[in-house]
Write a protein that binds this ligand. Structure first.
Ligand code: BMA
Length: 318
């Protein structure tokens, strides 16, 4: 069986499941996490409803707090965002604290395409939407500080016609005000990742290190020989997490990419009863004392936690 890199130390159980949630919850996964005011804050995706028939009633963004990053208390409230007939659902949050404010990037299905949203979180209750990138684009992750005077964000546009099939890459863009985005540049293409043949995308917001921006990504392999791998009739993709290091001043420049998967599904609790098996989807990475906590959704079903030393991750990249 394929295993994660030896630098990865996984917690021996999920860090959050539907059983921890005090309201209707079916799949609890793909969370964003940050540190704020001495606490850990998590916003997680909750697909709820009749899940055995795979007919989910909806998706909400749940909120949880922790004093140690391991034991989480879920709030009664879910996050709200402006009501609009255009927006069908908001999911896959990533949190970044910039200058004392919590910002949230999210994927947004609209009636006219998939959009990536950037918002500000107010009172752990309400998302003020600051910008929505035009369709199709998602998997946004904000850097925790301005670079050369601008906010910087990783993104994953989804060009449909130009490459003949799914072939989605990782880009970076910048903004003076989190509203107007420009200077879009390619960071890495699918072809740069030996364990991807379908798409790659930004994962958790990057972490600053002495060697540059430590950056997780998800890498997707499509294997059409696979059949049923989870609850659906057919699930033929494998999502793995990879790691790269970006230049501190110009994050479109890659300093190095680890050429093997960093995290793969290799524990029973990640795959058993999984909705879509073999999916690792990191959305949060918190650096403390030379170590990172990596929060990742597993099999689109539960939220998990792994630890790694920052120096080990840097060494894998360069
Ligand atoms: C992607 C997103 C993620 C999900 C993944 C695997 O396209 O929808 O939310 O985890 O697929 O199903």
């Amino acid at each position: 069986m394929e295993i994660s890199s030896s630098v990865i130390r996984k917690l021996d159980r999920p860090v959050l499941t539907k059983d921890d949630v005090p309201y209707d919850a079916s799949l609890v996964f793909n969370a964003g996490v940050c540190r704020f005011d001495g606490k850990y804050v998590m916003v997680f995706r909750n697909d709820y409803g009749d899940f055995y028939g795979c007919k989910f009633a909806g998706t909400s963004l749940g909120l949880a707090f922790s004093s140690d990053g391991v034991k989480w208390e879920v709030s009664e409230n879910t996050l709200t965002y402006p009501d609009s007939p255009e927006i069908k659902r908001v999911y896959d949050p990533r949190l970044t604290v910039i200058e004392g404010e919590i910002y949230i990037c999210f994927a947004c299905d609209t009636r006219h395409g998939l959009m990536g949203g950037v918002g500000k979180l107010h009172n752990f209750t309400e998302i003020e939407v600051l910008s929505l990138l035009p369709p199709d684009n998602r998997n946004l992750a904000l850097f925790p500080e301005k670079i050369n005077g601008n906010f910087v964000m990783l993104e994953r546009p989804m060009p449909v016609y130009s490459r003949g099939k799914d072939c989605f890459d990782m880009w970076v863009c910048e903004s003076p005000d989190l509203k107007y985005w420009g200077n879009h540049r390619l960071v890495a293409g699918v072809e740069d990742i030996p364990f991807a043949n379908d798409k790659i995308g930004p994962a958790a917001p990057p972490v600053k290190t002495s060697e540059g921006w430590l950056t997780l990504f998800h890498a997707v392999e499509l294997d059409t020989s696979r059949g049923k791998n989870g609850w659906e009739d057919k699930w033929q993709k494998i999502y793995r997490a990879g790691v790269m290091l970006l230049d501190p001043e110009n994050p479109s420049q890659v300093r190095g990419i680890y050429d093997k998967p960093l995290i793969v599904c290799d524990r029973d609790f990640e795959t058993e009863n999984g909705f879509r098996k073999d999916v690792i989807f990191p959305g949060g990475m918190i650096a403390e004392d030379g170590e990172v906590k990596i929060y990742y959704g597993a099999s689109d079903t539960v939220e998990c936690l792994a630890y790694a030393d920052i120096n080990d991750l840097i060494s894998l990249c360069i």
